[in-house]
Every structure is written in C-alpha cells, then in structure tokens.
Write a protein of this length. Structure first.
Length: 234
C-alpha cells in the first residue's frame, strides 16, 4: 500500500474529487490515485471499499503506524494543512486565513443551483446550452455571488500579496473554486474584469493539465437528463 492514496470519481465529472486532488497535489508528496467511475451499478460498493461515507474524495495517509482516513474535500484540506504547512494551503495572516476558510466553506455548503444546472464536464463545450441553463432558478444569483467573492478576495488579499490567486499563492480556497471556473468555460458563462482574469489563472494552473489529460482519455460518459426541464421544456 502506498503511504498516501486518494479515491476519486471520474476526472471529467467529479468536481469534489478535483478539489481534494488539487490540495493533495499542492503538498508535493507522492500519492496513489484510485479512480471509481460514478453512476455505475457497482459505484457505491466500490467506493465503500475505500471511503466509509460511500462518497469521494477520500484520503488515506499511513503515518505513525496507523491509517488516517479523511472523506470530505474540506476536511482533506484541513488535514493536509496541519501536516504540510509548507504547502501554504491557508494564508499565514489571520484575517486572510479567516476569509479563505469562509469562502471555501461557502463553496462547500452552498451554490446548489450552480452545481445542479451547470454540472462539471471538462471535455465539453456547451455555450448554447449554457445560455439556457443560466436562466434556471438560482443560477444567475450563484454566478453573481461567485464573481463577488473572486473580486473582493483578489482586491483585499490576493493583489496586495503580489500573487495571482485569491490570497496570493495557490491554496485551498482556489482549489474550491477551480471546478467553478471549469464550469464557466464549459457553459460559456461570460465574465469580465478581475473575475475573468482570475478564472483564466485558475484554468492555466499547471497541475490541472495532467488532470484534464486524464479526463480526456476516460472511457466513461455520464448523461444529464435532469437538465432537460431547462434545455427541452415541454
């Protein structure tokens, strides 16, 4: 068994897996990936072999003769920040760190409309569908809130720190929002000014290239019939 492993869903579709993977990758340690395709008949049973919640991502760390198991993306970020402070997952300054935790937690707990109507699909380009889906209940408000978070964090912390991310260097808060930038690109959600620049910075983050390459070569395809009420209303 590797000293560290992370169980993930399909890289093309699983935004929560991407968040956990990004913070783990940021720590700069070797780790094993276990990818379980989602929405298959045996998906839950296979995930339960690694994750007690039956959900992904799930981190396993072997340390001090024991296995540490963490099965939530935000909890993974916290566990890794404690063990690898050199990764800078949270800002060093107290006010910045509090804001970073707040906006990461807001992403973790909120934005239900955005997740429901703009599912992550890294291989796709669907701007025509995006124009319809943006009109779904709650989506426009979620987009506006994301933009407000990005612009305020860049203004108050990122730019003064001299970095290109929300709080200077890439951290857990950026990992929380990178899948959102991917969704915006897939569905052609137009942005302007600082928000657009930040989204491009996220999508150009070098480790993402490896994730995207794996997503491009995955054989699994997930359909989203739940979008039909907006895309093909009766």
């Amino acid at each position: 068994m590797a000293d560290c492993s992370i169980t993930l869903g399909n890289k093309n579709y699983s935004s929560w897996s991407l968040r956990g993977w990004l913070v783990l990758e940021r720590c700069g340690i070797p780790f094993e990936e276990i990818v379980v395709p989602l929405r298959q008949a045996d998906t839950r049973a296979r995930i339960l072999e690694h994750s007690p919640s039956g959900k992904v991502p799930c981190l396993r760390l072997h340390e001090a003769g024991q296995d540490l198991v963490v099965w939530d993306s935000l909890a993974i970020a916290e566990a890794l920040a404690e063990r690898f402070p050199q990764a800078g997952l949270w800002p060093a300054e107290a006010a910045a760190r509090a804001r970073a935790r707040a906006v990461a937690a807001e992403m973790h707990a909120g934005f239900g409309a955005l997740r429901q109507w703009l599912p992550m699909d890294m291989r796709a380009s669907r701007p025509a569908e995006g124009r319809k889906l943006r009109a779904a209940p709650g989506v426009e408000a979620d987009v506006a809130r994301v933009v407000a978070i990005w612009e305020s964090c860049r203004r108050d912390f990122g730019a003064p720190a001299g970095g290109d991310f929300l709080f200077g260097g890439f951290g857990a808060a950026d990992a929380a929002y990178l899948p959102v930038a991917s969704r915006f690109r897939t569905y052609g959600i137009g942005l302007g000014g600082p928000a657009a620049a930040y989204a491009e910075t996220l999508l150009a983050w070098p480790p993402l290239a490896a994730w995207r390459q794996a997503a491009e070569t995955e054989p699994w395809v997930i359909e989203f019939p739940e979008l039909d009420p907006i895309l093909r209303p009766r």
